[in-house]
Design a protein around this ligand. Sequence first.
Ligand SMILES: NC(=O)c1ccc[n+]([C@@H]2O[C@H](COP(=O)([O-])OP(=O)(O)OC[C@H]3O[C@@H](n4cnc5c(N)ncnc54)[C@H](O)[C@@H]3O)[C@@H](O)[C@H]2O)c1
Length: 367
Amino acid sequence: MSQDYTSVEEMIQQDPVFGQVSFNNHEQIVFCNDKDTGLRAIIGIHNTVLGPALGGTRMWQYKNEWEALNDVLRLSRGMTYKSAITGLNLGGGKAVIIGDAKTQKTPELMRRFGEFVHSLSGKYITAEDVGMETEDMDTVREVTPYVTGISQDKGGAGNPSPITAYGVFMGMKAAAKYKYGSDILEDKTVYVQGIGNVGETLVEYLTQEGAKVVVSDINQGKLEEVRDKYGATIYGGTNLYAEKMDIYAPCALGATVNDDTVDLLNCDIVAGAANNQLADEQKHGKRLQERGILYAPDFLINAGGIINVYAELEGYDRTEIMRKTENIYTTTIEILNRAHETGVTTHQAALEIAQARIDARKQEQLA
Ligand SMILES: NC(=O)c1ccc[n+]([C@@H]2O[C@H](COP(=O)([O-])OP(=O)(O)OC[C@H]3O[C@@H](n4cnc5c(N)ncnc54)[C@H](O)[C@@H]3O)[C@@H](O)[C@H]2O)c1
């Protein structure tokens, strides 16, 4: 795929679903509508070769349906590669609910959404993403078993975000090891953009290690809370991308490495939790490489959350979750070495390894 992010104006020039640039041979796309609860959702099932398509549900106030569809197509594809590179027997899927999670999310709407998930008989398994809480997954669980990320007291593995943050921290340390020869982040300046569920825990790990952490968020109250709790500095400038820093950690929404920012970035490493950080994987991945900025592939280093929810399906414990998440360090080093040896971008190197695993399984299934 040469380009997987585009403007709404460009999107409406193309066929609405299969013609979109973000469409990537997805197996199934399910549009869910319920007048009574106001539910409008799209479930994207990208690939189920390695197992059921598992991926979170995002509730967001999309500008229009094009934007929502584009997001679910991109996110579900990302899940396929995330699970494949992490060695999990899961396919890739994702769901988006169109609406404001603060004002439009109700238990009735979540239950109705759960019924749609249930109608897919386990081909898609949901979890939480932006705009969702563990309690929402508990509500979905009332109507379907095909949900993970439910509360610990209901038999689930609980909120995956702290594990995701640990994995990002491991991936960041691996990138530092590769770039600087040491994975100690003490005194490194790290900008964490977005201090929500994942970002805040990442700030905790970083400040514990003595990194100089600068935080930015659209939520002023949260900024002050995180500053007071961990001693982080609140970003006060107008263009974060142009600031001199060692590590940029995008932990809000995706596509922040784009045409407008890629040449501004003034850092050594990009390593964060956000999904789909590169607006155009090939173009912006290549540009980072040319500029000598090391990119730790997002779908590799933010896999802690999926490892956590996978534990619910496989029944393994916290020790095993942490061991698998810690292993992100080793996999990141392997990918960075492979990219260097083969001359491809780090993102491409990770994709190739993930795709090879899917292809091998498909061959086994055909044999
Ligand atoms: N939660 C997980 O386990 C998990 C797993 C993998 C990937 N991710 C990805 O990591 C990212 C963060 O996830 P989360 O669970 O912490 O979400 P969250 O909603 O808890 O936090 C996101 C934070 O970003 C802030 N934000 C939004 N727009 C911003 C902007 N323009 N500039 C600065 N801050 C902004 C929000 O105010 C919020 O504090 C998302 O892209 C998510 O898809 C999360």
